[in-house]
Design a protein around this ligand. Structure first.
Ligand SMILES: [Zn+2]
Length: 98
């Protein structure tokens, strides 16, 4: 599917307003298939894998690797923080509070 830009714009607004569920095929066409976004996702996976090898996180431990400066491509150890998934959600919710 080629990204239907108008539909995606309306979808994003509805998602932010909390009035609509997820549309994964649309998200894939308009977000996940873009090279720059795939690159960020790969970088997030690398960050987690690196901390797994150090024994700081493990599968199913409900912890999230947070990028302090918001840049998912910056995997310096000083930019990575380990938060519980609840604390992480709270952190980003505060940023986007309406
Ligand atoms: Zn975060």
């Amino acid at each position: 599917m080629k990204c239907p830009r108008k539909r995606y714009r309306r979808y994003r607004q509805a998602r932010l307003a909390g009035t609509r569920g997820r549309d994964y095929p649309l998200e894939h066409a308009c977000y996940h298939s873009l090279r720059k976004n795939a690159r960020k996702a790969n970088s997030r996976h690398r960050a987690r894998y690196r901390l797994m090898r150090l024994g700081l996180v493990s599968i199913g431990d409900h912890r999230v690797i947070h990028h302090r400066n918001g840049n998912a491509l910056d995997n310096r150890r000083s930019n990575l923080a380990i938060l519980s998934s609840a604390a992480h959600r709270g952190h980003h919710r505060a940023q986007h509070a309406r």
